[in-house]
Design a protein around this ligand. Structure first.
Ligand code: ADP
Ligand code: MG
Length: 642
C-alpha cells in the first residue's frame, strides 16, 4: 500500500478546535471512548466466532491494555479485537461524519445547550483530540490477507495513512498528549478515570505504567490467589511465585446476574465496592427486565445515621456496562436519586441532548417502570414481610414520603403501606390510627413532633388512654398536608393543639364567663401583655394549673415560614401567634387568684403560672428563662420566711 494522504471529510472547517473548546469540562471521557471501542472490537470478533465466520485461536486472552508513559507523555491503548482494514479506516475514521460527529456538530449550532454535556455522546474516537496533539492508529484486521495499516493525524484536518507493521490482529492507538493534558499519563489519574468509566466494561482492562521500575511494578500488582503456607511447603516449589496483573474492571457486574443467583453477601460486597459506604444497606431491589425494553440494575436503600442525615444518593447510569453519568434526573425519578444504585439500560437513546431526553416518551416509560418496581417491592414487603418493613420504617420513611409528594403514581401505590409509630412504639396504618381515637375524636390523628418538649401532653394523653403518633421528620409537615388532601375529612392535630373535651369537665357557657373575664384582665395586667390569649377551663386533673395550647393552623403557617426561611418577617402578619394560655379553674392556685386578685402575690403567681405553662410546651427565650429562675428563687425565699 502506498502512502495515502488526504483531508478528513467533515462538514465543518475544522472540528478540532470545536472538540477542544466544547468538551472542556469532560476531557477525561476520551478514556471511556477509546477503551469502549476496544471492547466493541473484541465483542465483534467473538460474535464472528460464534457465527462461524472466524475461529478464535485457542490460547487467546482477550484484553485491553492501557499503557501510560509520563516521561514520553503518551497513552497507548491496545486491543486484540477485530482490527480494521485500510478501507475500514477510511470509512470509519476518515469520514468522521459516519459516527456521532455529525450529530455533535448539529448540536454545536445550538449554543443554548452549552452545559448539557451528555449531548457529546457518539463523538467516539475523535475525543482523543481533546487531549492529544497527535494520534496514531496501528491496526490489523482479522480478515485474511489484510495488510496492517498505520494512520496518523496531528490534530489538523489532514491525516496520513500508510502500510503499517502490526503483526497481530487488533488495534493500537497512541496519544501524544497536549500540554494541558499531561495529567492523563499519570498512573493514578489514569486509574481514577478508568475506574470511573470502565469499572464494569465486559473485557479485562489492564493499566500498565511504562515508567515503573520492575520492583515498583510488583507492588502495584496484587498477588494471585496465593497458595497457603501449607501448600507452599508441601509443593516444595522452587519457582518464584508468579505475580499476575489484576484487571481494573469487573467483567460481570452483579446486576447482570439473575436475582435468584445472587447472595446477600454479594449484594453487600457490590455496594461497598461501588459506593465506598462502610455501613450496610438496609435492603435492595434488583431490577431485571428485557421486555418491552432492556433494563437491569440494583437499587439500595442506605442506612441513615440519624434523623438529621441528609438524604443524598447516587444512581450510576450505564449503557451496556459503560458508565454514562450519575444522577441523570431525566431517566431516574427525582426521589429515587436519594437511593444508591446502578442502572444499566442499553436501549437509552444517549446520543441526544439532555433536553431531548426529557421529552422522550421512551425515557419517561423507563422512569415510570423504575418507580413502579420500587413501589411494588415496598408494598409487597409491607404485605408479606411486615416485621422487616417496620424495622426499616424509621430509616426509609422519609424516602417513601418524599416519593409520595413527588410522584402521584408512587403515592397511589404506596397509600396502603404508609405506617405511623404510636406512643407505645407500635406501628399503625392510617385507618388503624383513626380507629384509635374514633369514639372521642372522629377522623382525627393526634401527633407529636418532639417527644421531649411535648412530654406533658403525652402524659395527659396516656392518662386518658388516647393515642398519638410520632411525626418528627422535616418531611412530615408537607406529608401531613398531603394526607389531608388525599383523605377527605381526616385531620392531623398536634398533641398540644387543642385541649380536647376529654380533659375538660362539661361546663355551661356562662359558668366560667365571670371568672374568665376576671382572670384575663388580671393576667394581661400582671404579665404586661395585652395580646395574650387566655382561656379558663375546668380540667379533670386538678394538679395542672396552667397550660399552653397552640392553634394547629397558625402553627403550621409559622412552621412553613420558618421552612422557607422567612424568619425576618413578623409572624403576626399571618394572624395571631396561635398560643393560648389555659388556666385550670379546678386548680387551687388558680382558685386563689380568682378569690384574691388584689393579693400582693398575684404578680409572682401570674408570671410563674405563665412561664410554667410555656416551659411545658417549648423552650423559653433566654431572658425569659433568666427571669423564671430568679422568680423561682424568690418563691423559695418566701417559703422559708413564712
Ligand atoms: P462509534 O464507536 O460510536 O461507532 P467511534 O468514533 O468511537 O464511533 O468509532 C468509529 C468506528 O471506528 C467504530 O464504529 C469502529 O468501526 C471503528 N473503530 C474504532 N476503534 C476501533 C478499534 N479499536 N478496533 C476496531 N474498530 C474500531
Ligand atoms: Mg465508540
Amino acid at each position: 500500500m502506498s502512502t495515502k494522504t488526504g483531508s478528513l471529510s467533515i462538514n465543518s472547517e475544522n472540528i478540532f478546535p470545536i472538540i477542544k473548546k466544547w468538551l472542556y469540562s469532560d476531557h477525561d471521557i476520551f478514556y471511556r471512548e477509546l477503551v469502549s471501542n476496544g471492547c466493541d472490537a473484541i465483542t465483534k470478533l467473538k460474535k464472528l466466532d460464534i457465527m462461524g465466520e472466524y475461529s478464535i485461536p485457542e490460547d487467546t486472552e482477550f484484553k485491553i491494555e492501557v499503557r501510560v508513559n509520563q516521561e514520553k507523555k503518551t497513552i497507548t491503548i491496545t486491543d486484540n479485537g477485530i482490527g480494521m482494514t485500510a478501507d475500514e479506516v477510511n470509512e470509519y475514521i476518515n469520514q468522521i461524519a459516519f459516527s456521532g460527529a455529525a450529530a455533535f456538530l448539529e448540536q454545536y449550532k445550538d449554543k443554548t445547550n452549552e452545559d448539557q454535556i451528555i449531548g457529546h455522546f457518539g463523538l467516539g474516537f475523535y475525543s482523543a483530540f481533546m487531549v492529544a496533539d497527535r494520534v496514531t492508529i496501528d491496526t490489523l484486521s482479522y480478515k485474511e490477507g489484510s495488510a496492517p495499516v498505520h494512520w496518523e493525524c496531528d490534530g489538523g484536518t489532514d491525516y496520513e495513512m500508510s502500510e503499517g507493521s502490526k503483526t497481530d490482529i487488533g488495534t493500537q492507538i497512541i496519544l501524544y498528549l497536549n500540554e494541558d493534558s499531561y495529567e492523563f499519563s499519570n498512573e493514578y489519574r489514569a486509574r481514577e478515570v478508568l475506574t470511573k468509566y470502565c469499572s464494569f466494561m465486559p473485557v479485562d482492562i489492564f493499566l500498565i505504567n511504562e515508567n515503573a521500575k520492575p520492583e515498583e511494578e510488583d507492588t502495584e500488582e496484587e498477588l494471585t490467589d496465593t497458595a497457603s503456607e501449607d501448600a507452599k511447603d508441601s509443593e516444595d516449589t522452587t519457582k518464584k511465585e508468579k505475580k499476575k496483573p489484576v484487571p481494573i474492571n469487573d467483567k460481570n457486574p452483579l446486576w447482570n446476574k439473575h436475582p435468584n443467583e445472587c447472595s446477600d453477601e454479594e449484594y453487600k460486597d457490590f455496594y461497598r465496592k461501588v459506593f465506598h459506604d462502610y455501613k450496610e444497606p438496609l435492603f435492595w431491589i434488583h431490577l431485571n427486565m428485557d421486555y418491552p425494553f432492556n433494563l437491569k440494575g440494583i437499587l439500595y436503600f442506605p442506612k441513615l445515621n440519624n434523623e438529621y442525615d441528609t438524604l443524598e444518593g447516587t444512581i450510576n447510569l450505564y449503557n451496556n456496562q459503560v458508565f454514562i453519568a450519575d444522577n441523570i434526573k431525566e431517566v431516574i425519578p427525582e426521589f429515587l436519586l436519594l437511593l444508591k444504585g446502578v442502572i444499566d439500560c442499553p436501549d437509552l437513546p444517549l446520543n441526544v441532548s439532555r433536553s431531548a431526553l426529557q421529552n422522550d416518551g421512551f425515557v419517561k416509560k423507563i422512569s415510570d417502570y423504575i418507580t413502579k418496581k420500587v413501589a411494588d417491592k415496598l408494598s409487597g414487603m409491607f404485605k408479606t414481610d411486615k416485621e422487616n418493613y417496620e424495622k426499616y420504617w424509621d430509616d426509609i420513611n422519609p424516602f417513601i414520603k418524599f416519593g409520595c409528594l413527588k410522584d402521584e403514581k408512587f403515592a397511589e401505590k404506596m397509600k396502603e403501606s404508609i405506617i405511623f409509630k404510636d406512643l407505645s412504639g407500635k406501628y399503625l396504618t392510617l385507618s388503624e390510627c383513626l380507629e384509635e381515637n374514633k369514639e372521642r375524636h372522629e377522623n382525627t390523628v393526634f401527633y407529636v413532633t418532639n417527644e421531649i418538649e411535648q412530654s406533658q401532653y403525652i402524659n395527659m394523653f396516656k392518662e386518658e388512654n388516647l393515642n398519638a403518633v410520632i411525626l418528627n421528620h422535616n418531611i412530615d409537615a408537607p406529608f401531613i398536608t398531603h394526607l389531608e388532601q388525599k383523605n377527605e375529612g381526616v385531620k392531623f392535630v398536634r398533641i398540644d393543639a387543642d385541649l380536647s373535651s376529654v380533659f375538660k369537665e362539661e361546663v355551661s357557657e356562662d359558668e366560667l364567663k365571670d371568672i374568665s373575664e376576671k382572670l384575663t384582665e388580671l393576667f394581661k395586667k400582671e404579665l404586661n401583655n395585652d395580646k395574650l390569649e387566655i382561656k379558663v377551663d375546668k380540667l379533670k386533673n386538678e394538679h395542672i394549673s396552667s397550660m399552653i395550647t397552640v392553634n394547629e393552623e397558625s402553627r403550621r403557617m409559622q412552621d412553613m415560614m420558618k421552612a422557607y426561611g422567612m424568619t425576618g418577617m413578623d409572624p403576626s402578619m399571618f394572624g395571631p401567634t396561635g398560643e393560648t394560655l389555659i388556666l385550670n379553674a379546678n386548680n387551687s392556685l388558680v382558685k386563689y387568684l380568682i378569690d384574691n386578685p388584689e393579693s400582693d402575690k398575684a404578680d409572682i403567681l401570674c408570671n410563674q403560672l405563665y412561664d410554667l405553662a410555656l416551659i411545658s410546651s417549648r423552650q423559653l427565650a433566654p431572658e425569659q428563662m433568666t427571669k423564671f429562675i430568679a422568680r423561682s428563687n424568690e418563691i423559695m425565699q418566701l417559703m422559708i420566711h413564712e
